[in-house]
Design a protein around this ligand. Sequence first.
Ligand code: PLP
Length: 366
Amino acid sequence: MHTAQKAQKISRAAGRIHSSDIRDLLQHAQQPGMISMAGGLPAAELFDQAGIQASTQQVLHTHHMPALQYGMTEGQPALRRELSSLMAQRGCPTDAQDILVTTGSQQALDLIVRTLIDEGDCVVLERPSYLAAIQVLQLAGAHMLTLPGDAQGARIDLLPELAGEQRPKLVYVVSNFANPSGACLSLERRKLLLQWAAANQVMVIEDDPYGDLRYRGERLPSMLELARGIPDAESCCGYISTLSKTIAPGLRLGWAVLPLLLRESALKVKQSMDLHTSSFTQEIAAHYLASGRLTEHLAKLRAAYSSRSEALAQALRVTFGLRLSFVTSTEDQLREGVQRLASAYAEINPDNAELRPLRNNTSFSG
Ligand SMILES: Cc1ncc(COP(=O)(O)O)c(C=O)c1O
């Protein structure tokens, strides 16, 4: 090894993280005419640009001091108040003081993992799972146990056997429209998970970026809401969410609701990481939420995503017919589905050699 390379030897922790295949695939999303579903990118043409612009101007006009100054690690009071109202609208009233604002929900997960997990600690997640969550766990050196999933979400019934003697410290689930499976964890499984967590004193982190985008079917109660009715469950339950999918990911705003001890420790970790999340975007989001525009905007998003999903399903039926099945559950089936989609796509689009062949280690998240 050259001296220069020696000086750049990366840590064992950094060496454990693999780049996400789907993030790598995102470069193809830049191609003209490509509709990419490789990552959880919100439809950019639906951003409420006028609303965000109006809030930005208003903040600079009347709130420039708190917006441009250093802020509190917990988050700007105005945004915490608005997020507290948002939690109430989601059926889970939460005190503003119990909300920790983070730089996207990605940071919320990172803080929780840094706070709870030592190298070698066991963490349970659904298979397949959100790749950026896996990266956080890789960085922490967690030992990952995976539960298979089906149309009702992770197979919580298999959790006691999977956990066995390994005493997991954390279970991570995306409760609504999981990335990448799209499944919602059923009510029964939510309750089962909480009962198991309470009995075994294991922390459950519910990641809920997509619940507000539901355009069909009944809203399911969050596990945080359910935990309030299950003995000993509330102290085992954390909730993280984001404004990325409903307002804009460029704001980089998420939040966490955590049991007190975990919240206080996560707060100290956050302080050392970035002091606080951008006060500027927090004030803009607070103003935007207070303006009431989100309700109308959400209705617009739900209608647009609903009709787009219908159009996609219809186009897939017409174009691929029996060559493509829609409902897949195991990782192997998903892998096969992606391969079949790639071959079928290559068949009808022979000029696009870029996508052929998909790499063998294609993963299923973004
Ligand atoms: C399941 C899941 N959690 C978290 C995130 C990240 O959200 P944020 O932009 O708030 O970091 C995403 C984004 O794709 C996601 O799909």
